[in-house]
Design a protein around this ligand. Structure first.
Ligand SMILES: Cc1ncc(COP(=O)(O)O)c(C=O)c1O
Length: 400
């Protein structure tokens, strides 16, 4: 297939499957394996088990199921190569480790996903990498934080819990001028709505657990990189023994086929729900860059081509924990749980004020994180409306 002529939706339906190689099956089968057998000693000993491209030599290096997924993602991200990992967090940590050495310095956005932050403050520090958290809105000002030993800038845009949009082109420009590598967590936008490598990012990571898998039933991560940094990513990935289980890879590959239609629906419903929330007296603001009122909207419009179903809500008063719990606990359609990107809606209290050190988070009331799933948006709004009634009732009870 002459892939370049086709739109992303078309590519997602066709990449990574060669029915001739798999008995005519539309989908590549789930290939399990550890040992790979060779015909004779010469062939076995000649084999380069660390080779650059996807060749079967041992199960940890992947099977045809893994390669189908990796080739699809590499193509979708416009990268030289993609690597499948067991989780999004593994993709983040291997991505960062691929760009730093002991004695180096990493600049990490202050709104990074919590467990990614724990990796940066924990293991990265133990390995002798200096870490500085920076204001995600810093833009070109990132330059002022570069030190002689700065090796990497890590971006997550929009960031976890607070959804600030980063000025990726400005940060990349400053980083390139200083010879600093850029790693970006692109889970929120996915390659469908933002192309990190086309914007000069060296390593793009995604928690495939979210929209790639799309059904809340598997953990998965993926790294895509440029040719220049691929040897370092490959070494880091292989030396850490990274791989992904074939069943989970298969679920991610299957999820990819419908990802574009699912994401379009997530965005459509999330926008409807977010706009409704904006009109509520209980809500101070909705943190969703796709809304014109969002402070990051101009950057989102300039750089991104769409949004997903995840956003934040700041309540307008300092509602007590009991009142917020009354809202959340009584929801009929929104589950209480972490992760996002599945077909189902989720609602959890969030605490951005606890999660940052370079910036402060001030808000008139508690925050919530909402994932809008594939349910009918009107049903979700009705559920939220009932939730706000519980919130107000519980708050009134406390006031009285
Ligand atoms: C932005 C972001 N990056 C990375 C991850 C980690 O992904 P996983 O849960 O697959 O390890 C998450 C998980 O919630 C996330 O929200």
């Amino acid at each position: 297939m002459s892939k370049r002529r086709h739109k992303p939706e078309t590519l997602l339906a066709h990449l990574g499957r060669d029915y001739r190689a798999h008995f005519g099956l539309v989908n590549p089968p789930v290939c399990h394996g550890s040992t790979i057998l060779f015909d004779d000693v010469d062939t076995f000993e000649r084999f380069d088990h660390n080779q650059e491209k996807s060749v079967i030599s041992y199960g940890r290096g992947g099977t045809p199921t893994t390669f189908a997924l990796e080739e699809t993602v590499a193509e979708m991200e416009g990268g030289y190569r993609a690597f499948a990992l067991c989780s999004g967090l593994a993709a983040v940590s291997v991505g960062i480790l691929s760009a730093v050495d002991s004695g180096g310095h990493a600049l990490i956005c202050d709104n990074i996903y919590g467990p990614s932050r724990r990796f940066c403050s924990g293991l990265l520090g133990r390995l002798g990498v200096e870490v500085t958290y920076y204001d995600p809105l810093i833009g070109a000002g990132i330059e002022s934080l570069f030190q002689p030993n700065t090796q990497v800038v890590f971006l997550e845009s929009p960031g976890s819990l607070t959804f600030e949009m980063q000025d990726v082109p400005a940060i990349v420009k400053a980083a390139k001028a200083a010879g600093v590598r850029v790693v970006m967590d692109n889970t929120w936008a996915t390659f469908l709505h933002f192309q990190p490598l086309a914007h000069g990012v060296d390593i793009s990571v995604q928690a495939g657990t979210k929209y790639m898998v799309g059904h809340a039933d598997a953990m998965f991560g993926v790294i895509t990189c440029t040719e220049e940094i691929e040897p370092r990513v490959r070494q880091t990935f292989k030396q850490l023994g990274q791989c992904a289980a074939p069943d989970d890879v298969y679920l991610a590959l299957r999820g990819l086929r419908t990802m574009a239609v699912r994401l379009a629906r997530h965005q459509q419903s999330a926008t409807e729900v977010a706009k409704w929330l904006q009109g509520r007296a209980e809500v101070d603001r909705v943190l969703y860059p796709a809304l014109p009122e969002d402070p990051g909207h101009a950057i989102w419009q300039r750089d991104f081509t769409g949004a997903c179903g995840l956003f934040g809500v700041v309540l307008s008063q300092p509602y007590a924990r009991e009142a917020v719990n009354a809202l959340v606990n009584g929801m009929e359609l929104f589950g209480i749980g972490v992760s996002w990107g599945g077909f189902e809606s989720l609602l959890v209290p969030s605490h951005p004020e606890k999660a940052r050190t370079a910036t402060t988070w001030s808000a008139p009331g508690p925050s919530l994180r909402i994932h809008v799933g594939l349910e009918d948006a009107g049903d979700l709004i009705a559920d939220l409306e009932a939730g706000f009634e519980r919130l107000t009732r519980a708050a009134g009870g406390q006031d009285g």
